[in-house]
Design a protein around this ligand. Structure first.
Ligand code: AMP
Ligand code: MG
Length: 426
């Protein structure tokens, strides 16, 4: 029972995160890990990771576009106000080319609508609010700068210019841009399969009736939700017993996925067998703990065992502590960047927001803490407050939270009114 990893390495939060980011960068550069590509309808592409470059199919905008309802003018005609111009026509959005005057001379104007092409000649559009029309005469009471209220042809992008790069996770703006250049189908990377292996003799399936000392498996479900949210495909394995053979068999099964997440069994208890099992399988450990709370016993490594006969790189795994809030927090801090890399996504920084603390916090020093909290306050006045909880097993408290307050390891007291870092979790 004593085959612990050759060295136990407990890192600061920042160092542990850096180790994960380094490994994530390695797998992205690794040609031995090509990611399958599939083609999906644009409607299904939100949240997927782009596997092709999307280019502008023509200049954007394709014509000088009026951004206002008003009158197209020569700005120089408005040096003396009010100015009176002769209206010679009207251009609506989508106007056919042969209905657009070929030129408009100084002293003349056309009524123009938002989204309509500005004809040759005028260099600005005056908003309708600053005009009054009598017959063919338009009186204008405000001057405009050259270019005002017109987006020149090609100002947003030139035909052929790259608009969206590979490895981008598609949000609504990216979807809009793809739509605007007529990409009704997009090539995206296949979602990585992420095995979830819960360990513990006390854990029962959610459909079973738990005995008096048993608890239901919630971690597999919170992880599945987080995996989906991060762009992965969860593969839930059966609950592993706190017994070496059964555990090992399931770990081998989990290592056939693109990433293996274990929960439970990584603390110092007599039946915490995960590290031992992985050590016997010749796993390489990058760290076996991080100075954080919750989640201190988190383990990160890779292991070749369990791979099918064909050549295949080792599978990365995380041993996440079993306490439900520890599992959630360590997924977010460490497993997520790895999953995103396996999904083909470019790395992104972990950025904490700041909010004003409503009630003081007192904790012990030594660990960076991620404590469930409620972020509120309107507009530019973010306020945050800890949720009272019973520690990292308290799912009910965490379900009432919408963020974590991040407490640096050297702070034992933070006064009400101070600005604190916050990690969003919704
Ligand atoms: P462990 O990390 O195995 O020592 O577990 C720490 C705590 O988390 C114990 O109270 C476990 O009962 C609990 N726990 C472990 N796995 C799960 C799970 N899948 N769902 C809910 N609670 C769990
Ligand atoms: Mg356990």
């Amino acid at each position: 029972m004593s085959a612990l990893p050759a060295s136990t390495t407990v890192l600061s939060f920042e160092d542990a995160r850096r180790v994960v980011e380094e490994q994530a960068a390695l797998i992205q550069a690794d040609n031995a890990r090509p990611i399958a590509v599939e083609t999906v309808d644009l409607l299904a592409a939100a949240g997927r990771v782009l596997a092709e470059r999307v280019l502008a199919d023509r200049d954007i905008p394709p014509f000088p576009r009026s951004t206002r309802d008003g009158y197209a003018v020569w700005s120089g005609d408005l040096s003396q106000l009010p100015a009176t111009l002769e209206m010679i026509g009207e251009i609506k959005a989508g106007e056919e080319l042969d209905r657009i005057p070929s030129t408009i001379a100084s002293g003349q104007t056309v009524a123009i609508m938002t989204g309509a092409p500005v004809p040759p000649g005028p260099d600005a559009v005056v908003m309708v609010e600053y005009t009054s029309q009598r017959g063919q005469q338009v009186e204008i009471t405000r001057s405009v700068k050259p270019g005002e209220n017109i987006v020149p042809r090609g100002a947003e992008a030139r035909a052929g210019a790259p608009l969206l790069d590979r490895r981008l996770r598609l949000n609504e703006a990216a979807i809009a841009l793809a739509a605007s250049v007529g990409k009704s189908r997009l090539q995206v990377f296949a979602r990585p399969r992420v095995a979830v292996l819960t360990t513990g003799d006390e854990i029962v399936d959610i459909d079973a009736t738990p005995g008096p000392t048993q608890i239901r498996n919630s971690n597999s479900y919170s992880l599945a939700a987080q995996i989906r949210h991060a762009g992965g495909e969860p593969v839930l394995l059966p609950v592993a017993p706190d017994e070496p053979q059964g555990l090992r068999r399931l770990i081998e099964e989990g290592l056939r996925s693109d990433l293996l997440l274990l929960t439970g069994g990584v603390s110092m208890g007599r039946y915490d067998l995960v590290e031992q099992a992985l050590t016997e399988m010749h796993a390489e450990f990058f760290f076996t703990g991080a100075k954080i709370q919750p989640g201190r016993p988190v383990v990160f490594g890779k292991c070749g065992a369990g791979a099918p006969a064909r050549e295949r790189p080792a599978t990365y795994f995380f041993g996440l502590p079993g306490n439900p809030v520890s599992t959630m927090v360590t997924f977010e801090l460490f497993a997520r960047p790895m999953l995103e890399a396996l999904a083909g996504q470019s790395p992104r920084d972990l950025i904490f927001l700041h909010a004003r603390l409503e009630k003081e916090i007192r904790v012990k020093t030594g660990l960076k803490r991620f404590l469930p909290a409620v972020l509120s306050g309107e507009f530019e006045h973010p306020e945050v407050e800890l949720i009272p909880w019973q520690g990292s097993g308290d799912i009910a408290a965490t379900a009432r939270a919408n963020c974590y307050i991040v407490v640096p390891p050297d702070r034992e007291h933070i006064a009400a009114g101070e600005w604190v870092a916050v990690m969003r979790n919704d």
